[in-house]
Design a protein around this ligand. Structure first.
Ligand SMILES: Cc1cc2nc3c(=O)[nH]c(=O)nc-3n(C[C@H](O)[C@H](O)[C@H](O)COP(=O)(O)OP(=O)(O)OC[C@H]3O[C@@H](n4cnc5c(N)ncnc54)[C@H](O)[C@@H]3O)c2cc1C
Length: 287
């Protein structure tokens, strides 16, 4: 059992670990890649470097530092989070239990631009299979996406729904989808319905009937993960208080995923603050 799982190995996630691991908390960091900084060729506005440094070098040094002080750093993609008395983080290759979580997954990609998507949010359009699958018992549902995250959401729906269709919106899916998931690669023109979603129309004029569409495009983003635990979000940002705490006890967020200034210095501060607050939180559980 981990005291803390940090999702994201960018400046915010690593900065949090520097505090929690040094305070003796069992800290695991799970991150998919180098995040926003992978594309930063020259950083010269962050403290302590006489000469510009590349984003990839800054990340590599941060990860080495976190490992040196005792954090475990795992390269993997997180596809879901749940709660069963402890937090449960599901990744492509494993499952990790923790008393506390910090989401530090950077800024979300923008939501897919599909006519009718926002109109049917909460009325057939969902962002969490684990939370909402039950409402679609014995109904036809669809998952929008192509890859590991979409596969995870589809597998959550399969035992409950009457049928599950993967709609890729023109993208080629990975080849891991089992044969009982129907694959539809056509481009989507619009989502249609009356009070609730009932139809996905494609740009060639054809359509499929569906009671629900689960959005799982690309990698699970910050707000997708936060919503799975019932945390408050605004647009694609996670709402936190001045202690980086969400409305869910034990769940914190830091860095670009909380909005505001999208800079390393801010991500590092918020990671540090979240780390310090997690230390207090874990100690309070032991009292
Ligand atoms: C091209 C470019 C240049 C920039 N230049 C500067 C600069 O010069 N100075 C400056 O201060 N800022 C700069 N920034 C901004 C800076 O990169 C960000 O503010 C900072 O990286 C935010 O840190 P973060 O830890 O919040 O997120 P990120 O650095 O984006 O890290 C997010 C982490 O979460 C992981 N992740 C996301 N989703 C998942 C998932 N589902 N499962 C597992 N892991 C996941 C990613 O793999 C990554 O490890 C630049 C940004 C860009 C794009």
């Amino acid at each position: 059992m981990n005291d803390l799982v940090i999702i994201g190995k960018g400046p915010a996630g690593i900065s949090a670990a520097l505090y929690t691991a040094r305070a003796g908390l069992k800290t695991t960091i799970i991150g998919k890649d180098n995040g926003a900084l992978a594309k930063a060729e020259k950083i010269e506005n962050y403290y302590g470097f006489e000469n510009p440094i590349t984003g990839n070098q800054l990340i590599a040094d941060g990860i080495a530092q976190a490992k040196r002080i005792g954090s475990e750093v795992i390269s993997d993609e997180v596809v879901g989070i749940g709660y069963d008395g402890n937090f449960v983080v599901k990744s492509n290759n494993g499952q990790y239990k923790a008393k506390s979580i910090i989401i530090a997954t950077g800024s979300n990609r923008s939501a897919p631009k599909i006519n009718g998507l926002s109109e049917f949010e909460g009325k057939g359009v969902s962002y969490c299979a684990m939370c909402d699958a039950f409402f679609y018992k014995d109904k036809d549902v669809a998952v929008l996406g192509c890859c590991e995250y979409a596969l995870h959401e589809a597998m959550e729906l399969l035992p409950v729904a009457k049928s599950v269709t993967l709609v890729t919106n023109g993208v080629e899916p990975i080849d891991k989808f089992p044969s009982n998931i129907i694959i539809n690669k056509k481009e989507i023109a619009s989502l249609e319905g009356d009070q609730t979603l009932n139809t996905i129309r494609f740009s060639d004029g054809s359509s499929i009937s569906t009671a629900g569409l689960f959005i799982a495009v690309g990698v699970a983003g910050s707000s997708d993960l936060a919503k799975k635990l019932g945390a408050e979000t605004k647009d694609t940002k996670i709402i936190v208080d001045e202690n980086m705490a969400t409305n869910i006890p034990g769940l914190y967020a830091a860095g670009d995923c909380t909005g505001g200034m999208l800079q390393i210095a801010k991500a590092v501060y918020e990671g540090a603050k979240a780390g310090v607050e997690v230390i207090k939180y874990i100690r309070s559980l032991k009292d």
